[in-house]
Design a protein around this ligand. Structure first.
Ligand code: FAD
Length: 246
């Protein structure tokens, strides 16, 4: 019989990220409305919808010539659940973003951790700045899954032990790894989102290629899909002009 007490927690392993558009005021008409004030003054939203071809042309012109400010008069709030290492990269995006993240000081962090699934390439080949990722062997995949699960189990057990001994949550959390899931609200506008997507996704239409970490790219892809549904003309113009934020 083992002397080790049964763990009073169960580790949950996830490989996904979730992105929910929780609120928005964002449409292509918001871009037109802002842009046309400079030439025709105030216009109603109904009037803006009268000539769709002209609207498409104007949005494309603004994107092509990098007149960025008309793309700022809109707002999207996303609820994102992803590992802490993704948020660490995400929060480098300072301009046109507001963040609120769950607290490790005010609540006990839950044992939900990241493991790569079979689609995640594990091995980097080549030198910095000129590299590619390849699948990796079965042994590397097995080691990664086992090492992560063991390490998460041990770290979370230590966290719980410290809490049970009366150590404050804000101190005990230091033992938890960056594979722990967190959640945050992130609010942005189309211009700041385009800048984020341009850097954090890889796309054949990008005229300036970027090489983001796959896990933040998964978040970027879901945000882009939600945004494309709200602002289809702006999204099409972004793609047509090389996916560079105006
Ligand atoms: C593939 C990739 C690899 C990366 N690797 C690393 C890394 O190894 N180490 C690391 O530290 N970071 C790394 N980063 C983060 C990167 O350096 C940027 O911090 C991040 O992409 C945010 O970009 P940004 O500053 O343009 O965005 P934002 O902060 O949102 O800024 C938007 C724009 O506003 C302007 N701006 C904002 N702040 C200033 C300022 N203070 N002065 C002047 N202009 C400003 C710039 O035009 C900027 O592009 C990496 C990013 C990517 C995409």
């Amino acid at each position: 019989m083992s002397d080790t007490p049964e763990a009073d927690f169960k580790i949950e392993l996830r490989s996904d990220v979730t992105v929910e558009l929780v609120k928005h005021t964002a449409s292509d008409a918001d871009v037109l409305f802002a842009a046309r004030v400079s030439t025709v003054g105030e216009q109603s939203l109904d009037e803006l919808k009268k000539d769709p071809e002209r609207s498409k042309g104007l949005i494309n012109y603004l994107m092509r010539d990098r007149h960025g400010s008309p793309f700022e008069h809109n707002s999207m709030t996303f609820l994102i659940s992803a590992p802490i290492f993704v948020f660490r990269e995400f929060m480098r995006h300072r301009v046109g973003w507001s963040y609120n993240e769950e607290s490790g000081r005010y609540r006990e962090l839950q044992p939900v951790f990241y493991v790569p699934d079979a689609s995640r390439k594990l091995v980097q080949e080549g030198r910095p700045g000129k590299y590619r990722f390849v699948e990796g062997t079965e042994a590397q995949r097995e080691l990664t899954a086992r090492a992560m699960a063991d390490s998460y189990e041990q770290a979370y057990g230590t966290y719980r032990e410290m809490l049970a001994a009366g150590v404050a949550r804000e101190v005990a959390r230091a033992v938890l790894p960056v594979g722990l899931y967190s959640s945050m609200y992130a609010t942005c506008n189309a211009r700041s989102l385009m800048h984020f997507i341009g850097l954090r996704t890889q796309h054949e239409l990008a005229k300036v290629p970027s090489f983001p970490q796959r896990e933040i790219e998964m978040v970027g892809e879901k945000m882009e899909a939600a945004w494309a549904g709200l602002m289809p003309l702006t999204h099409a113009a972004f793609n047509a002009n090389g996916r560079v934020a105006p």
